[in-house]
Design a protein around this ligand. Structure first.
Ligand code: NAD
Length: 502
């Protein structure tokens, strides 16, 4: 008997679970549920491999990572197919996600040396006799726990940057997308001649928990905030540092001078693509009241042919338990007085949810306050951009967002309390490898991508080398009163007279 997600312990000796196609329930693959002992063994193998991988030069690691990047690129259709089957997302969407991941892998590989290698820093006047350098050393073994919604792009934001920084990785993919995780690890293992530099442990939450309490040097988690809290608590037992990339309730703000057609197009895609199962997707839209009616008319028109279904632009809801949450948010909004423009309560089927646009959604409804993670948009009018920013920021989350405006776009973006904002586009920041990715508040902390993302998987190592005798010997019991006087005079010249109390 094969175990499923609902019945994971069916066979006592070697439990397995099935990965199912959310569009039709077909079994896509069967995977082992890694036990605590399996996870510990994987981490031990990873530790050994880290001695080899961490000792390679940046150029050698770059070479391996760029080879992996090319292998993924050449086999992109194969990986997209696995992702399509496991998540239900259209093949083209699966491909787009992989394309972005490929670009990130290349960037991390090519920039690791410049960002993490030894760099000279000024020693300052007091320490002028010292030559100072800082470099960023790998932590050792990094555990990565991933979600199912972007099963390639999201974990690769941690995996590629951790590997480029010289760490080995043990990856626990979501139980909904184990095949994608296995594919990534298998291809990387091919590239490094079979060495366990990137390993996969498949399983459910318990396997993830085992990784949190294993002897890893850092844990990079992407998933829901609720699980993030459990991950932090588990990691606390060994004082293992964590990165938490959790959910969001991102808004798009549309000013009165915005290009309404483009803003509507972006909001529709930002809210409905990947069936709305995007952490940085658009969930709320605040539109200046002067252009509210034209915005709603435009997005309604653009949405009229958009459908969810097999072969349609919108795929199924990957995680069956999310369907009930999506329905409850729509129902709550309608019960509290929201207007249904498209979709609505009947939009929620057994596997698919039709695009749902609601306007004038009360700010206290769950459609506004909680992450819906479905193809819904709540569009509300605002009197001013101040109000739009205030409402946008009145959330426990703080992941990302978008602004559409001609004149004040960047100013508005700066005032949004979130880790990332795109002006006059959606999610553009995620495609720029040099930019950090991550949130504030209940959206989590820590950064993947960019220089911050590389440094996240390292520790800073400071080295000073004495290059000449100090003018005043301060770190010695031979220091006398005259030296104390001289150093007091020097510090007064350097810092004493610059500012006075008013
Ligand atoms: P989830 O929290 O249910 O699961 C995420 C991962 O955690 C899975 O691999 C799961 O097996 C594992 N897990 C479950 N219980 C665990 C435990 N007790 N200890 C350790 N690991 C455990 O999330 P999900 O449904 O897979 O993903 C959707 C969520 O992820 C959404 O909230 C979405 O916004 C968020 N997300 C965030 C980002 C980001 O970068 N901020 C990116 C993608 C998705």
């Amino acid at each position: 008997m094969t175990a499923t997600l609902d019945n994971p312990t069916a066979t006592a000796s070697a439990p397995t679970f099935d990965s199912l196609n959310p569009a039709n329930g077909d079994v896509v693959g069967t995977y082992p549920i890694a036990s605590k002992a399996d996870v510990d063994a994987a981490v031990a193998r990873s530790r050994e491999a880290a001695a080899w991988w961490g000792a390679l030069s940046f150029a050698e690691r770059e070479d391996f990572l760029l080879t992996w990047r090319s292998v993924i690129t050449r086999r992109i259709a194969q990986l997209a197919q696995v992702s399509h089957l496991e998540t239900g997302k259209p093949h083209g969407d699966a491909q787009l996600e992989i394309i972005m991941a490929i670009d990130h892998i290349a960037w991390a590989a090519k920039h690791a040396k410049k960002i993490l290698g030894p760099q000279k820093v000024k020693s300052g006047l007091l320490m002028a006799n010292q030559a100072s350098t800082v470099e960023y050393k790998p932590l050792g073994v990094v555990g990565v726990i991933g979600p199912w919604n972007y099963p390639v792009f999201t974990p690769c934001g941690s995996i590629a940057y951790a590997l480029a920084a010289g760490n080995t990785v043990v990856f626990k993919p979501s139980e909904y997308t184990p095949g994608v995780g296995q594919w990534l690890a298998d291809t990387f293992t091919e590239v490094v001649g079979g060495r366990p530099v990137l390993q996969v442990v498949t399983g459910l939450g318990e396997t993830g928990n085992a990784l949190c309490t294993a002897a890893v040097d850092k844990l990079a988690f992407t998933g829901s905030g609720a699980t993030g809290k459990k991950v932090m608590a588990a990691c606390a037992t060994n004082l293992t540092p964590v990165i938490i990339e959790a959910g969001g309730k991102d808004s798009m703000i549309v000013d009165q001078d915005a290009d309404i057609e483009k803003a509507a197009e972006a909001a529709l895609w930002g809210g409905m693509s990947n069936a709305g199962q995007t952490c940085i997707g658009t969930e709320r839209v605040y539109v200046h009241e002067k252009v509210f009616d034209s915005f709603v008319a435009e997005i309604t028109n653009q949405a009229k042919d958009l459908k969810a279904g097999a072969g349609e632009k919108i795929g199924p809801i990957t995680m069956p338990s999310q369907i009930g949450i999506i329905k409850s948010h729509i129902d709550d909004a309608i019960a509290k007085g929201a207007t249904v423009v498209t979709g609505g309560a009947d939009a929620v089927g057994e596997r698919f949810v039709q695009p749902t646009i609601l306007t004038n959604v009360p700010e206290n409804s769950t459609e506004i306050t909680e992450e819906t993670f479905g193809p819904t948009l709540a569009i509300n009018p605002v009197k001013s951009m101040d109000e739009a920013i205030e409402l946008t920021n009145a959330t426990k989350y703080g992941l990302a967002g978008a602004v559409f405006a001609k004149k004040n776009g960047v100013d508005i973006a700066r005032r949004v309390r979130s880790g990332m904002t795109s002006v006059n586009s959606v999610v553009a920041f995620a495609g720029v490898p040099a930019l950090p990715f991550g949130g504030v508040g209940e959206s989590g902390f820590g950064r993947i991508h960019g220089p911050d993302g590389l440094k996240e998987f390292t520790y800073a190592k400071a080295i000073t080398r004495q290059r000449m005798k100090p003018l005043m010997m301060l770190t010695s019991f031979a220091r006398d009163a005259k030296t104390d006087g001289n150093v007091a005079k020097l510090i007064t010249v350097m810092h004493g007279g610059k500012k006075t109390l008013k």
